[in-house]
Design a protein around this ligand. Structure first.
Ligand code: HEM
Length: 202
């Protein structure tokens, strides 16, 4: 098959080879995140990757609706579940890595209200951590069956996760403008998709 044909299959038709394997690979990566215990100095990197994945998860559906001609975007939408699990696992390991590096006990520090301050980034970090725990625990079929219609409602917590994690990252202050641009990108595409604005038709 020519290179042109391969590109067309991948980019426009959205045929991703070994898609199922990639999805399972994300779950394997998520199950490995507790290894932060042995490498706690990497906690910042875990937070950075978690944040990037969160932008991807929330942006991919509206972006694919705005660019329906790019089949690859549509094919990436089903990756949200596994990416979400990896994102929450990375974010929680990031928080745990921070405690471990500073020799704070993990569970009691998480519920220590001196960390729940909303005049800086810390309260938002902990609120985002709490939503990540709920999303992670309920990200399986068993919870879906048990919670029935409420499961879909609970998934809306992803928006709380986005807002609180975004405020946490923005208020650190290193790159506040960059973080707001990233959040604006997601909100901008939600807006375009909501009003069915299509920029590149099939
Ligand atoms: C479990 C709760 C969390 C705790 C305890 C926590 C803690 C922290 C701390 C202490 C910092 C450094 C702040 C500073 O330099 O002033 C930080 C940075 C950061 N956090 Fe979190 N965080 C949590 C949740 C999250 C979540 C949910 C995300 C995103 C999904 C996230 C993403 C980041 C990012 C991107 C940075 C900047 C890292 C860098 O400097 O490269 N954090 N976090």
């Amino acid at each position: 098959m020519s290179l042109n044909k391969l590109f067309e299959r991948f980019f426009f038709l959205g045929i991703i080879p070994f898609r199922g394997y990639f999805q399972r690979f994300f779950l394997v990566l998520a199950s490995l995140t507790p290894l932060i215990w042995y490498f706690p100095e990497n906690w910042r990197m875990f937070g950075d990757i978690g944040w990037m994945l969160l932008i991807f998860i929330l942006a991919i559906r509206p972006v694919s609706a705005v660019f329906p001609k790019i089949g690859l975007l549509r094919s990436l939408v089903p990756f949200r579940k596994e990416t979400g699990i990896l994102c929450a696992a990375l974010a929680l390991s990031h928080g745990a890595g921070f405690y471990i590096s500073n020799q704070f006990p993990i569970v009691s520090s998480f519920f220590d209200f001196t960390f729940w301050t909303f005049n800086d980034n810390q309260g938002y970090a902990h609120l985002a951590g709490l939503t990540a725990i709920v999303l992670l625990i309920t990200s399986n079929r068993w919870s879906q069956i048990l919670l029935k219609r409420n499961w879909k409602k609970l998934q809306k917590l992803a928006y709380v996760f986005f807002l609180t994690a975004g405020l946490h990252v923005a208020l650190i202050g290193d790159d506040m403008a960059e973080t707001f641009i990233q959040m604006g990108f997601v909100v901008g595409f939600w807006f375009l998709a909501h009003y069915k604005i299509v920029l590149w038709k099939r």
